[in-house]
Design a protein around this ligand. Sequence first.
Ligand code: SF4
Length: 185
Amino acid sequence: MPRRRSGLGARPGKLGDVDERAKPPLIISACLLGVACNHEGRGSPRAVVEELAERYRLIPVCPEVLGGLPTPRAAAELRGGDGADVLAAGGARVVNVDGEDVTAAYRRGAEAAVAVARAVGAKRAVLKAQSPSCGSSAVYDGTFSRRLVPGRGVTAAALAAAGLEVGSEEDAAGAAPPAGEAGRR
Ligand code: SF4
């Protein structure tokens, strides 16, 4: 791979012999990298991140933090529908375990994640499974009884609506890049 240098001779973005800037961008839930941003104030590090980092330039986002929520924070679940229903303003809400409606913060976080994805030209996102923001195929049912139902979290739904391929850390290993993703930025 040809080496690129700035005018000062430095190579920002270089990691070993790999030019990080040449990899396609990947939106990823920040907690999967170990960032202590989940509702309990902890991270959710996963080994698959290392494999993804070999193929992608990782762009970490935590929608709930970007939406203005504190860390730690009360656990929240979707009620009346999934993330797509929340975005459609059809009556679905995000409510925390204290009974507080936090829908607006979840929508803000989703908008911020979409803005980041557009800014970097990401075509794919790997998001933490089962989160009311990041869940990509199942979310808790709103009863705080650990029951999962099919559906996406609010940010996962927003990124999918923006055209990204959205999956979770559970199905990320070895997944082929989306068509057209090989284009370099
Ligand atoms: Fe933040 Fe998403 Fe991780 Fe929750 S699952 S802590 S919203 S990145």
